[in-house]
Design a protein around this ligand. Structure first.
Ligand code: UDP
Length: 236
């Protein structure tokens, strides 16, 4: 295996492999919040998030949502199809929390029906500003049909994940998706984990995601482990 770095982000490293169409993603234990202003380490996060992502990407694939995931290899490592990343984050919200609560003065937990979809421009320097479809097209970040496809996939992922998590007693509050191009196709990429979703216990309302780190609630590691325990391991 070649081990040439393609990219190192806050939570993952992306390495080349012998196959130019495949990358190795190494999930780190490092945690950041508030545009990198808050930093820490969450024990075992790399391995737990890689495993949770693998489980979710497999589940989505079985349900007709093609994505970049290929296989879970070593601890904290997955192989994925190499994508030409679209610099846009797609957020879906079923309940108010985080930035939308601050921005619009909404009480945490306010239900959204239909769910709210938002776009953010992926740029750490600018603090990932919120954007709309006109920005995406005018700046050339994605074409109109690509934006339509990302929205369609995001809503389908929401429906599927709401059910997956409800069955194990968890409310899917919100999540962030990233997409990329593989040839002519738009594929779901990046990770889907407690770093990129908000999960609340259906019975107790307890937070089981990165908000435990953001808000210094303690029990961060245990919360991530709990998500994995409930949804289970990916198939080998
Ligand atoms: N999110 C993410 N990466 C980001 C920003 C947000 O994964 O760079 C996720 C976040 O974990 C939450 C959802 O997207 O599940 C909505 O985040 P929000 O806009 O509320 O921002 P926050 O208050 O979390 O910074």
């Amino acid at each position: 295996m070649k081990n040439n770095f393609l990219y190192e982000g806050k939570a993952k490293k992306i390495l080349e492999t012998e196959d130019p169409t495949v990358v190795k993603m190494v999930f780190k234990d490092d945690a950041t919040a508030f545009d990198g202003k808050k930093k820490g380490v969450i024990g075992d996060k790399g391995e737990v998030n890689a495993t949770i992502s693998a489980r979710i990407f497999q589940f989505l694939k079985h349900n007709g949502i093609e994505n970049h995931f290929l296989e879970k290899t070593g601890p904290g490592e997955i192989l994925a199809r190499k994508l030409e990343i679209i610099p846009v984050e797609v957020v879906i919200r079923n309940f108010a929390a985080g930035s939308i609560s601050r921005r619009l003065g909404l009480k945490e937990g306010l239900p959204f029906k239909p769910p709210v979809l938002e776009f953010f421009y992926k740029d750490d320097r600018l603090g990932d500003p919120m954007i709309n479809e006109a920005h995406i097209q005018t700046m050339g970040w994605a074409k109109e049909n690509e934006v339509a496809r990302m929205k369609e996939i995001a809503y389908r992922v929401n429906d599927l994940l709401i059910d997956l998590f409800r069955e194990v007693g968890i409310q899917l509050v919100d999540f962030k998706l990233e997409f990329g191009r593989a040839g002519e196709e738009i594929l779901l990429g990046d990770e889907i984990s407690p770093d990129t979703c908000r999960f609340w216990d259906l019975e107790t309302g307890e937070k089981l995601d990165k908000d435990r780190f953001r808000q210094d609630l303690g029990g961060v590691e245990a919360a991530y482990q709990e998500i994995l325990k409930r949804i289970g391991e990916p198939e080998k």
